[in-house]
Design a protein around this ligand. Structure first.
Ligand code: APR
Length: 235
């Protein structure tokens, strides 16, 4: 049997058991902060200090010694190495847990918390420290224009052409730890339906659960390694 290319879409739920908050759960980030206040270009123009404080705290959380890739991140790396066709992870997460686990073929469609972008010259730099309105761009030297290299609401997600090509080529589509509330990622399952087998792995049914051929509900650290074992039994 020829095994097909796989696209794995991941969301905040895959990093929950690593200690990072999700967005729309009862204890999620958007239950505590209004996204209009921190995650739009308008919010950044209005109150950059507040936006920087929000992302600085999340960037620091990534470096907390207790935060590390979990069994679900590691299982996807195992899948990528053992599967005979390409396995591409498209993540909505801005954390760096997939890369710390060693994931090859990783696309960050919502950008990366551990990078900063200069709004003056466009340069993107790896960034682990806090940002402020006084931060100078290491490339052009201008102060005041550095922002987190993440995609805000109202902005275009990254690498959409590359993602479209991966979706067009895949024969298996997995959606892990995402509520399916945010577009365009929420539309990927409908895009591949009919051509690819589609499986949701999430703590609870997502908004789009009926669009999937199969749904497996439980914590990512349990259901993802078990599902990867099932897939690799066919290799
Ligand atoms: N294992 C698996 N799934 C989990 C777990 C877990 N341990 N914990 C929570 N979940 C599920 C929740 O049930 C929920 O369906 O993960 C999903 C997380 O959904 P959201 O909080 O909406 O996160 P996400 O889908 O990644 O959000 C998409 O919204 O605010 C933006 O830009 C942000 O990239 C983010 C986008």
């Amino acid at each position: 049997m020829r095994l097909p290319p796989i696209v794995v879409l991941t969301g905040a739920g895959i990093s929950r058991e690593s200690g990072l908050a999700t967005f729309r759960d009862a204890d999620g980030i958007w239950a505590k902060v209004r996204l209009e206040d921190v995650a739009t270009a308008e919010a950044f123009a209005r109150d950059p200090d507040r936006v920087h404080a929000f992302y600085n705290a999340r960037r620091r959380a990534l470096r907390d010694p207790s935060v590390a890739p979990n069994a679900a991140h590691h299982a996807l790396v195992r899948l990528a190495h053992a599967w005979p066709a390409p396995v591409t992870v498209v993540t909505q997460n801005v954390d760096d847990l997939h890369e710390r686990a060693g994931q090859p073929r990783l696309i960050h469609m919502h950008g990366e918390l551990a990078k900063a972008r200069c709004t003056a010259c466009g340069a993107v730099h790896p960034w682990l420290d806090d940002l402020s309105t006084a931060t100078a761009c290491p490339s052009c030297g201008r102060a005041g224009g550095m922002r987190p290299a993440v995609v805000w609401f109202g902005e275009m997600p990254l690498a959409m052409d590359e993602i479209a090509a991966e979706l067009a080529a895949c024969g298996l589509f997995l959606s892990i730890g995402t509520s399916g509330a945010v577009w365009p990622a929420a539309g990927f399952v409908a895009e591949v339906r009919g051509r690819a087998r589609t499986v949701e792995l999430n703590l609870e049914p997502s908004e789009g659960v009926r669009l999937f051929d199969e749904a497996i509900h439980g914590p990512a650290t349990v259901v993802v390694p078990a599902f990867v074992d099932r897939l690799l039994a066919d290799v």
